[in-house]
Design a protein around this ligand. Structure first.
Ligand SMILES: [Zn+2]
Length: 234
């Protein structure tokens, strides 16, 4: 396994999302030409086969590959992967800012479709805790999309989602069934005291991991920087 994200996948939906997320994470400005081509690639995947709820779909070439989120957790091959990629694709378009009219329209359509899907699934599963959706992985992707400015009607539920996360705390400084690093990445962006409280819960584990994380571990650089940011934020 490589220690860093797969650069060769940059023409895939997941590869494009990863590049945009990295530039955002590192505070690196993407040149306008590249912003437009990234937006065009993502927007062009709207409503294609294999997409979640008619939102942005993977390319045929990447469907057989392993896909990881920005923090390195493997998305597997089920509906979760399609959903997380759709939310992350929307987030990417938001991070890219104004690019083309087509991209803005595609983002609006995808956002509406994802909100409609959330409402529909919740109607079928009324016991789903407020501020969460489907599974922990999907929930974190929804939080990341909402904190980037999407899913307007879901965003007010973030507080409730954080209360749920708190109820999932484990003794090791994480949260039962929640992907640790991916969850940290969302918490760092949620500007609410309840998010800081969860980061404080995770801080001792972050300090331990920072000492232990091997240089060759997958996504080690990003994870190390993420851990440093958590420790600086609490
Ligand atoms: Zn899910």
């Amino acid at each position: 396994m490589s220690t860093q994200p797969d650069r060769a996948s940059k023409l895939t939906l997941a590869g494009t999302i990863d590049q945009v997320a990295e530039a955002n994470f590192l505070g690196r400005k993407i040149p306008a030409v590249q912003r437009r081509s990234a937006a065009r690639l993502i927007a062009g995947r709207l409503g294609l086969p294999g997409g979640y709820a008619g939102a942005f779909a993977e390319t045929a070439a990447e469907r057989s590959r392993t896909v990881r989120v920005f923090t390195g957790e493997n998305l597997g091959r089920n509906a979760r992967r399609r959903h997380v990629l759709a939310e992350e694709a929307c987030r990417s378009l938001r991070l890219l800012g104004r690019t083309t009219a087509h991209a803005s329209a595609a983002l609006q359509a995808a956002d509406n479709r994802l909100l409609a899907q959330i409402a529909q699934v919740r109607a079928r599963h009324p016991d789903t805790p407020r501020g969460t959706f489907c599974c922990p992985f999907c929930t974190v992707s929804v939080w990341r999309h909402a904190t980037a400015g999407g899913l307007r009607t879901f965003a007010p539920e973030l507080r409730a989602g954080l209360r749920h996360l708190r109820s999932r705390r484990d003794a090791a400084g994480g949260w039962r069934t929640y992907p640790f690093f991916y969850t940290l990445s969302a918490l760092l962006e949620i500007n609410l005291p309840a998010a800081r409280a969860e980061l404080r819960h995770a801080a001792p584990r972050c300090a331990r991991l920072l000492r232990k994380l091997r240089a060759q571990a997958p996504y080690a650089e990003r994870r190390r920087e993420l851990l440093r940011r958590v420790l600086a934020a609490v």
